[in-house]
Design a protein around this ligand. Structure first.
Ligand SMILES: *[C@@H]1O[C@H](CO)[C@@H](O)[C@H](O)[C@H]1NC(C)=O
Ligand SMILES: *[C@@H]1O[C@H](CO)[C@@H](O)[C@H](O)[C@H]1NC(C)=O
Ligand SMILES: *[C@@H]1O[C@H](CO)[C@@H](O)[C@H](O)[C@H]1NC(C)=O
Ligand SMILES: *[C@@H]1O[C@H](CO)[C@@H](O)[C@H](O)[C@H]1NC(C)=O
Length: 590
């Protein structure tokens, strides 16, 4: 590296670092709700909004190669949304779903492909949901819409694809039940909870299990109060997670039984129960391994030696009786003993009165979403807090104004079929800028702004190029630029992924605010005007090592230099490469 490269490196490192503040850092004003209960990022090129995180803690030990998936909803969000954020807190993709509630956004595999899966529907049916599960492909197109079998509604709590091409779902159904043991009339109504396993292709029911066949209503910890009558079914079990293991057996979590149940996959019989009134395990940790309550998200570890869960500890009527924690329990199924091996406790002492998730990441870290409380936290395997973020003000935690049922982390690669969104608007400095963003496009590495005097083809010249860092990229534009503008999205191999534009600057009115400072630039340009060529070929490859290394840069600011080294490196490579985007003819269409 010669001296000028080093200099460029330093200058870029400083300037980019400052323009990269897309999250708050340990900001007391944020947590005091001084920016509102749910601060959001707004953009110039699109009406989309996304959570504006307050990052309280970060560490290079967090899984920076993964994105964060969650579904903010509640009275203080504009509407329920699915959200993917990158490791730096920048928006990657967001979408609402026909005005419905959205829960449980995940990435799952089916036939060797990754799909976004989530639930959408009505969540106001008494603590559970009536809706459908959706699978979106890498182009964000609906691949499958999956409902429950037998004319029942798919519940929001869990949906798991198995390696054998089936889907597991939680299902709630009102049934009549003798409630005498709870001091009620002989016949009353309860919400029974079902595990359904269906074939993804045919929808055929493969397996079904009913909680009421295996648990008595008096096993519950929930007071029946005025429930249990016709039209007020008693939610005695409240199933909130299901999983199928390599042995073909099922594990399910019940909020109101305070228990996990392990179920024989061929007979449906209960193999064991841990926790609650029917606990079958000897607790080798002074009661700390079996005293969980109202818990969510019970999972086996990959090696099938431990189970993990989000132990709420509390519920709505009892918000302070215990601490919310993540648990990792070591089970000995021969001796029927259980031992607490790790506890994951939020430094902000969150009491999660409902919902919540616990995920063991591929690197062994634990990632917890706090459900009713607008927070997610990543822990090392042993329970040390590594990364911690809020997406709503801490002073309002517990009020439920901003919630996300779960929060998970996954790798994801998306190629939207839309074009990038663009706009030309006056910027904060009073000049004019060209803004571009592309919802869901994960592979864009660099934006190239081009201009031409004629709308119909030849004569496109590169005006500027900027490496993509956050969701929206801003180009300063000046009056010398040609009348028509567009922007190319390049991946890391300089392949064109898409074209945003075409915008007509109508120079006199838009570019120079002095000429007519009252003119609304939005009336002179059409941000939704799209380029009229057919869609460009989509490239799916990228260098994984670069992504991982860049991940480290984004949050901690630790190796900003690395990213900038890449700028220098790539400029050289670009100069050496024969690729030029000067002319329209150079854009290869397939
Ligand atoms: C998948 O099918 C195989 C063979 O039938 C079986 O052994 C395995 O338990 C099944 N796995 C799941 C998760 O259903
Ligand atoms: C599951 O049920 C089958 C069929 O009844 C039985 O053969 C098997 O031993 C059971 N497995 C366990 C772990 O209980
Ligand atoms: C727990 O994990 C943290 C972070 O990886 C590490 O620094 C610490 O030494 C570990 N503590 C123990 C007791 O293993
Ligand atoms: C400035 O813009 C306003 C609003 O578009 C328009 O009514 C007015 O005629 C313009 N003035 C000039 C001098 O172009």
């Amino acid at each position: 590296m010669n001296l000028s490269s080093v200099f460029l490196f330093l200058v870029l490192a400083v300037s980019r670092c400052q323009s990269d503040e897309d999250v708050f850092h340990n900001d007391e004003h944020f947590d005091a709700a001084e920016y509102g209960v749910y601060p959001v990022q707004k953009y110039r090129s699109t009406d989309l909004v996304s959570p504006h995180l307050n990052v309280l803690q970060s560490s290079s030990e967090c899984a920076f190669d993964l994105y964060t998936f969650f579904t903010p909803r509640g009275p203080l969000t504009s509407e329920p949304n699915a959200v993917i954020l990158d490791q730096g807190g920048h928006l990657v993709w967001t979408s609402s779903w026909e005005g419905q509630q959205i829960y449980n956004l995940m990435v799952q595999e089916y036939n060797g492909e990754s799909y976004l899966t989530f639930w959408a529907g009505n969540d106001a049916v008494g603590g559970h949901g009536a809706g459908f599960y959706f699978m979106l492909d890498k182009h964000y197109k609906v691949f499958k819409k999956i409902g429950a079998a037998g004319g029942l509604d798919a519940d929001l709590h869990d949906f798991r694809l198995t390696e054998n091409g089936t889907a597991l779902m939680t299902v709630y159904q009102v049934i009549n039940k003798d409630l005498a043991e709870l001091g009620k009339p002989i016949m009353g109504e309860i919400w029974d909870c079902l595990i359904q396993e269906v074939d993804i292709e045919t929808g055929e029911l493969i397996f079904q299990w009913r909680a009421s066949d295996h648990y008595k209503v008096s096993d519950t910890f929930r007071p029946i109060d005025d429930d249990g009558v016709i039209g007020r079914a008693f939610d005695f079990f409240h199933m909130n997670s299901i999983a199928k293991d390599y042995k073909g057996n099922y594990l399910t979590s019940s909020r109101y039984m305070h228990s996990l149940t392990y179920i024989n996959g061929s007979s449906g019989e209960v193999i064991w129960i841990i926790g609650g009134k029917r606990n079958m395990f000897e607790d080798l940790s002074d009661g700390q391994a079996t005293n969980f309550a109202y818990q969510h998200d019970g999972r086996w570890s990959d090696d099938h030696t431990t189970v993990t869960m989000f132990d709420n500890g509390v519920d709505d009527p009892h918000p302070d009786i215990a601490d919310t924690r993540g648990l990792r329990l070591e089970l000995d199924e021969e001796r029927m003993t259980v031992k607490l091996v790790a506890v994951y406790k939020n430094p902000h002492n969150i009491h999660g009165i409902s919902q919540g998730s616990f995920q063991t990441l591929p690197n062994g870290n634990a990632f917890m979403g706090y459900g009713n409380t607008a927070a997610f936290t990543e822990y090392s395997h042993n329970g040390t807090v590594l990364c911690d973020a809020h997406f709503g003000a801490e002073s309002r935690f517990g009020a439920g104004e901003v919630q996300s049922y779960r929060a998970y982390k996954y790798g994801w690669h998306g190629w939207p079929t839309t074009s990038p969104n663009v706009a030309i608007l006056q910027n904060e400095d009073g000049g004019w800028s060209f803004y571009v963003s592309w919802n869901g496009a994960t592979e864009v590495n660099e934006w190239v702004l081009q201009g031409a005097d004629e709308v119909d083809g030849a004569g496109w010249v590169d005006l500027n190029r900027i490496l993509k860092v956050g969701f929206e990229t801003e180009f300063d534009i000046n009056a010398a630029y040609p009348r028509y503008m567009r922007v190319l999205a390049l991946n890391s191999n300089f392949k064109i992924l898409g074209v945003g534009g075409l915008l007509d600057l109508t120079l006199e009115k838009v570019i120079d605010p002095v000429i007519n400072s009252t003119a609304d630039p939005g009336t002179d340009i059409n941000p939704t005007q799209t380029w009229s060529l057919p869609p460009l070929r989509i490239e799916e490859g990228d260098t994984w090592w670069l992504k991982i290394m860049l991940g480290f840069c984004s949050l901690g600011g630790l190796c900003v230099g690395l990213r900038e080294a890449r700028v220098v490196w790539r400029r050289r490579r670009l100069r050496r490469s024969s690729i030029a985007f000067q002319r329209l003819d150079d854009i290869r269409l397939d």
